[in-house]
Design a protein around this ligand. Sequence first.
Ligand code: NAD
Length: 360
Amino acid sequence: MSHKVTLIPGDGIGPEVALAAKRCIDATGVAIEWVEALAGQDALDKFGDLLPQSTLDSIKKNKTCLKGPIGTPIGTGFRSINVAIRHALDLYACVRPAKTYAGVKSLYKDIDLVIVRENSEDLYAGIEFEEGKPETKEIIALIEKFGKKKIRPDSGISVKPISKTASERIIRYAFQYALLNNRKKVTAVTKANIMKFTDGLFLKTAREVAKDFEGKIIFEEALVDNMAMQLVQKPRNFDVLVLPNLYGDILSDLCAGLVGGLGIAPGANIGEGMAVFEAVHGSAPKYKGMNKVNPTAMILSGVLMLKYLKENKAAEKLESAVAKVIAEGKDVTYDFKPDPKDPSAASTSGMADAIIAKIK
Ligand code: NAD
C-alpha cells in the first residue's frame, strides 16, 4: 500500500536532515508519495505567511507529516511555529522515546523508556499577563479576592490550566501506547502534593484510567522532583512516563541527555488520526548548509513514522541499520566521534548513505 506523507523541510539544518531521513525511509522500500509543504522562513518568503493554511490543510489531508526543525524569527507574533502547528492540529500527545544505542557516548547503557507528554495545556497554554499591565492588576485583585493570598503588585502571571478531559486523553493514550508496544509499566509524574487542583486532577484521572488496564499494565505514580533524581540514579527502572506539559518538556530533555543528547532524540506529535514526526532538536542555524550535523534524530523520527503507518518491518530494518552504523562508529557525524574534531567524521548525507547501505 502506498502512503501519502506531507514533508516540511523546515529551516536552518532542517532541509539537510529532512532529506537524509526521506532518503533512508525510501530505501526501506515502503511506497511513500511525499507532498512537500512549507512553514517558517521559506513560507514567509514565498507566501508572506510563516504558517500557511495550505500547509496545515496538507497535513490534515495526508494525516501524516515528517517535519524538519523550524526556527521562529523574533517579533513575528508567533511564540513558536512548531507549537502553533501542534495547537492548530490538536496534536495532544508528544511521544519521545529515549533509548541507548551501542556506540553513542553516554553515561548509561540499556535505557529504553518513553516520555508521553501532554501537549496542549498547563503553563504552556500561553495564558500570560505582563507585569504592570491594567489587566494584570485586575487579575491580581481577583486572585486576592478568591484565593485569599497576597500577590506582589509588580508580578507577572502565568496561568496553569489542567483539565480532566485533556488529562484523560493523554493518560489513556499512554496506557494504550504501552499495551501496543509491549511495555509493562506506566508512571504518572506530577507535583500533586503541592498543586492539588491541577496536578492533583491529573493524578486522580491517572488512577481512574489505570483501573481499565489492571492486570495488563502496571501503574505507578511519582513526584517530578523525585523522578528527576531517580532517572539519573536508576533510569532502567522506568518504562513509559506520562506527564503534564511542562514536566514532560523538562524530563524529556533530561532523558535525551541520559542517552547521548539531541543528536539522537526523535519525537512524535500525535492527534486524533493525525501525526507529525520531528526531531527534538531545533534548526541549529549556525550549521545551516554545512552538511555537517547529525541526521540520526530525524531518521529515528522516521522510524516512529513508519511504525505509526504500521510499516513495522520497514521500521525495524531502518532502526537496525542506524544502530549498526552507530555501533561501527566509522561513518558517523562529528558529535558521535570520541573527538568532535576528528577529520574522518561523516557528513550528514554521508551518514545517511552509510545507513542506506546497511538497509537489507
Ligand atoms: P538547537 O537544537 O537548534 O541547537 C542547539 C545546539 O545543539 C546546536 O548549536 C548544536 O550544537 C546542537 N545540535 C542540534 N541539533 C543537532 C544535530 N542534529 N546534530 C548535531 N548537533 C546538533 O536549539 P536552539 O539553538 O536553542 O534553537 C535554534 C532554533 O530552533 C530556534 O529558533 C528555536 O526556536 C528552534 N527550535 C525548533 C524546534 C522544532 O522545530 N521542533 C525545536 C527546538 C528549537
